[in-house]
Design a binder for this molecule. Structure first.
Ligand SMILES: Nc1ncnc2c1ncn2[C@@H]1O[C@H](COP(=O)(O)OP(=O)(O)OP(=O)(O)O)[C@@H](O)[C@H]1O
Ligand SMILES: [Mg+2]
Length: 515
C-alpha cells in the first residue's frame, strides 16, 4: 500500500438517474484494501445501483472512479473482472440448465487445441472446480446441474465464482439471503481469509447481526445519498438503524393483540411423496393466530407449507379446514379455500418481471374482481393495488413501473401486497422479511398483527429467531422433516428453538455433542 493513496477504490460524486428516480446523488465512497466495508441502507437507497455503476452494468452520469489510483470506468462486467473487481449479485445469476462448473467458468472456459479447433476441456474444468471447492471447503459436485441443487448451494457457487477471479475488490450484494447459519459462518471464514490476503470486500446485507460480526467499516446510504462512513466499532445497532431510517426505531415488533380462537385448520400426519422430505407432521392453526415455523435450512419447512398449499404431492395425511378434509390438490384449490402463500423464492416463482406493479399485485385477485359477465373491474383493481402498495411504502416512481426495475426489497413488498390483497383467511408466509429493510419489516409485522386481530390466521416460516419470537403466538419447530416440538409463551426462547431445530441426530448437533 503506497503512503499517498490508502484506498484501493475511490468513487467520487457518482450520480445516476432512472426515469422518475434519482437513484444516486453525488455519492462518494472510499474503500481500503484488506477491509470489509458494509454498505447499509433501506430498500431502494441505491446500494445495488452504486455497485452496478462500479461494475459497468449501469452507466453513471457523473463522477469519477479510481481503482489503485487509476481511472476505472468499466463499460461492462467483463472489463471489471479483468481489472480485479468481482461481484456476487443480489439476484442469483445462474444458468439452471448448465452444470455447476460451466456456470463458474462461464465465458472463460478452459480449452484445449485439437488441430485447428479449440475444444472445451471438461476434465480440466472439473479439476479446477474441484480444487476451488476444496480451497473454499465447499462440498458441491462440479458436474451437477445448477438447476437441481438447492438455492443455498447456488448461492455458494456464486461465492466460489466471485472468489475464482482472484479479485482485489469483491462486492457481495446480500450473499447470505439463502444461507443457513452454518453456511454463513463458513462464508465469514472465507471473507476473513480474503481479507488477510489484502482483498477488499464490500458487503451489503440487511442482517444487522452479520454486519457487526464481519465489518471493519460501515457506510450508510439513504435516498440515493451516502450519509456517513464510520468504523464499525463506533456504531451499534440502534445508531445504525437511526442513520438508515432517519428516525428512532426503539420498537422492532408491534404488539400482537390478537388472542387465538378456535381451530380453523387441522393438519394430520402429513407426509411428503418425497421420501427425503417431511413425514408425519400434525398441527392445528387457530383463528387469529400467528404460528411460527422454525428450523434450520433444509428442515423441510418450505416443502411442508408448499404441500399444504397444493404445490407438492403428499402420500399420507390430511389438511382440513374447520374439520372438513379440504382435498387441496392444486394452488387454485388452496386459494379457493381462502389460503394465500408468499413464497420463499420470490425471483423464481414470485414475480412477473415484464409486468407492472398493478399487474403484479392484482394477479391472483383477478377472479374476485371480475363481475358476473366476465368484465374486470379495472378501477377497483388499480385503486386496491395502489392502496396496498402505499400501505407498504413500496418505493416506485409510478404504479405502472415494471416490477423488474424496482430494488430487490421493493419487489418483495409488491409480492407481500399481492397476497394481502386476496384477503386470505389463512396466510402462509415463507421468510416474509428476507431482504427487507428494518423499516419495511416493521410495516409487514404491523400488517400481520392487524390481520390476526381481524381473525385471520397466519403461518410464518422464518429463520430469524427474533422475528419468530417477536411475532408468533406459538412456534412449531422442524428438523429433518420431522416435527420436534412446539413452543408457547415463555418457552419461546432462542435456546429452545435451537435445541429443537438440531434434534434427530442432525449432523450439526452430533458435532456439538462430540466436541
Ligand atoms: N434498472 C432500473 N430501472 C429503473 N429504476 C431502477 C433501476 N434499478 C434501480 N432503480 C431504482 O433506483 C433506486 C435504487 O435502487 P437499488 O436497487 O440501488 O436499491 P438498494 O439500496 O439496492 O435496495 P434493496 O435493499 O432493496 O436491494 C430505486 O428507487 C429503484 O427503483
Ligand atoms: Mg439492492
Amino acid at each position: 500500500m503506497s503512503s499517498e493513496n490508502p484506498y484501493i477504490l475511490e468513487m467520487q460524486n457518482i450520480s445516476k438517474s432512472f426515469p422518475g428516480v434519482k437513484a444516486l446523488k453525488d455519492v462518494s465512497f472510499r474503500l481500503k484494501p484488506g477491509t470489509v466495508h458494509a454498505l447499509m441502507g433501506e430498500n431502494g437507497a441505491g446500494k445495488s445501483t452504486l455497485m452496478k455503476c462500479l461494475f459497468g452494468i449501469y452507466m453513471k452520469e457523473n463522477g469519477e472512479i479510481h481503482l489503485n489510483g487509476e481511472p476505472a470506468n468499466f463499460k461492462n462486467s467483463r472489463e471489471a473482472l479483468e481489472h480485479g473487481v468481482s461481484m456476487i449479485h443480489q439476484e442469483l445469476n445462474v444458468v439452471p440448465d448448465q452444470t455447476v462448473m460451466e456456470n463458474i467458468w462461464l465465458g472463460r472456459e478452459f480449452t484445449r487445441r485439437i488441430g485447428p479447433f479449440h475444444l472445451v476441456n471438461h476434465r480440466k474444468m472439473a479439476e479446477e472446480t474441484r480444487q476451488l471447492m476444496k480451497q473454499l471447503e465447499m462440498e458441491i459436485e462440479p458436474e451437477g446441474r445448477m438447476g437441481s441443487i438447492s438455492i443455498s448451494h447456488q448461492q455458494a457457487c456464486e461465492i466460489a465464482k466471485a472468489v475464482s477471479y482472484n479479485a482485489s475488490v469483491v462486492v457481495m450484494d446480500e450473499p447470505t439471503s439463502s444461507l443457513s447459519d452454518k453456511e454463513v459462518n463458513h462464508l465469514f471464514k472465507i471473507i476473513r481469509s480474503l481479507r488477510e490476503q489484502n482483498v477488499a470486500i464490500i458487503y451489503i446485507s440487511h442482517k444487522m447481526s452479520e454486519i457487526f460480526q464481519i465489518a471493519d467499516e460501515i457506510s450508510v446510504m439513504r435516498d440515493g445519498e451516502l450519509i456517513t462512513t464510520a468504523p464499525a466499532s463506533e456504531l451499534d445497532e440502534d445508531k445504525l438503524i437511526n442513520l438508515m431510517v432517519g428516525r428512532d426505531m426503539s420498537q422492532r415488533f408491534p404488539i400482537v393483540e390478537a388472542v387465538p380462537g378456535e381451530s380453523v385448520m387441522q393438519v394430520k400426519n402429513l407426509t411428503s411423496s418425497d421420501p427425503k422430505s417431511f413425514k408425519n407432521v400434525s398441527f392445528d392453526l387457530r383463528r387469529g393466530e400467528i404460528l411460527g415455523i422454525g428450523g434450520l435450512v433444509g428442515a423441510q419447512r418450505t416443502e411442508l407449507v408448499e404441500s399444504i398449499f397444493g404445490l407438492r404431492a403428499t402420500v399420507e395425511g390430511t389438511v382440513s379446514i374447520e374439520g372438513q378434509d379440504a382435498g387441496i390438490q392444486t394452488a387454485k384449490d388452496a386459494i379457493h379455500c381462502g389460503m394465500g402463500l408468499i413464497t420463499e423464492d420470490r425471483r423464481g416463482a414470485g414475480i412477473f418481471p415484464q409486468l407492472n406493479i398493478i399487474e403484479n399485485t392484482s394477479m391472483p385477485s383477478l377472479d374476485r374482481l371480475t363481475n358476473k359477465v366476465g368484465l374486470l373491474d379495472h378501477k377497483t383493481l388499480i385503486q386496491k393495488s395502489t392502496e396496498m402498495n402505499e400501505k407498504f411504502k413500496t418505493k416506485t416512481p409510478t404504479m405502472e413501473t415494471k416490477i423488474r426495475s424496482l430494488s430487490g426489497g421493493n419487489q418483495q413488498k409488491v409480492i407481500v401486497a399481492r397476497w394481502m390483497m386476496t384477503l386470505p383467511e389463512i396466510l402462509i408466509m415463507d421468510e416474509p422479511t428476507r431482504g427487507i429493510d428494518v423499516g419495511a419489516k416493521y410495516e409487514i409485522y404491523c400488517i400481520m398483527a392487524e390481520l390476526a386481530a381481524a381473525g385471520k390466521s397466519i403461518i410464518m416460516v422464518s429463520s430469524e429467531m427474533p422475528e419468530l419470537i417477536g411475532m408468533s403466538h406459538r412456534i412449531m419447530v422442524l428438523c429433518d422433516g420431522r416435527k420436534t416440538g412446539e413452543l408457547e409463551g415463555e418457552e419461546r426462547t432462542q435456546e429452545n428453538i435451537m435445541r429443537l431445530a438440531a434434534r434427530f441426530g442432525h449432523d450439526d448437533f452430533k458435532e456439538e455433542e462430540a466436541s
